[in-house]
Design a protein around this ligand. Structure first.
Ligand code: AMP
Length: 206
């Protein structure tokens, strides 16, 4: 937790570190987010986790979200964008955010830029975890056995990967164009992957 405000000010108006952890389902975004939070003291925003809590709480939003999630489809942009807007506004004192599983469409990516800007902030970096399809499917099937996540079954996994390539992966070009994209090899040990992430993030705050 050695984030120094003045040192990151060149990255961001408020000296915040706003990181998108990007990648296909099963690429390790959640796992690496936890390590990032621990080291840099950032606020974790996972749209998947937020939507699963709405489902668990039995809210209208949860019921609506479930109808998409159970088929491996994306929940409509306006719903997830609204959730993110509220969270950013609710945490003005955060050292920064880790966006995990958001944005997943170009519209979400553009909305995030706008929301950050409206709140006097900027995007620091997009860490893209690169993992081969075969390994993604193996990891997700294994997670389905352990965690019992209902969308971790073979049929839904295939749909989610298709959605990723059709709707989410094009965001990489968008962020490349903004010079924010950093590709990280997402295969190997959790520690080795995190070491690559640390090199990038430390480079931003040094
Ligand atoms: P995740 O936990 O990130 O794998 O997300 C699980 C599911 O929640 C996805 O397959 C989508 O149905 C939904 N979801 C999560 N984040 C988003 C998002 N940013 N946009 C649309 N749908 C989302």
């Amino acid at each position: 937790m050695y984030l120094c405000k003045s040192l990151v000010s060149s990255q961001n108006k408020k000296g915040m570190l706003n990181i998108i952890i990007f990648g296909a389902p099963g690429s390790g975004k959640g796992t690496q987010s936890l390590k990032l939070i621990e080291k840099y003291g950032l606020k974790h925003i996972s749209t998947g986790d937020l939507l699963r809590s709405e489902i668990k709480a039995g809210t209208d939003l949860g019921r609506l979200a479930e109808s998409y999630m159970s088929q491996g489809k994306l929940v409509p942009d306006e719903i997830v964008i609204g959730m993110i807007e509220n969270l950013i506004k609710e945490h003005p004192d955060a050292r920064g955010f880790i966006f995990d599983g958001f944005p997943r469409t170009l519209a979400q990516g553009k909305a995030l830029y706008e929301v950050l800007e409206q709140n006097g902030q900027d995007l620091s970096v997009v860490l893209s975890l690169e993992v081969e399809d075969k390994e993604l499917v193996e990891r997700l099937l294994k997670r389905g056995e352990i965690s019992g996540r209902s969308d971790d079954n073979r049929e839904t996994i295939e749909a989610r990967l298709q959605v990723y390539y059709d709707q989410t992966a094009p965001l990489k070009d968008y962020y490349q164009g903004k010079r924010k994209l950093e590709k990280i090899k997402g295969q190997g040990s959790i520690e080795d992957i995190f070491a690559s992430i640390e090199r990038v993030v430390d480079g931003l705050i040094e």
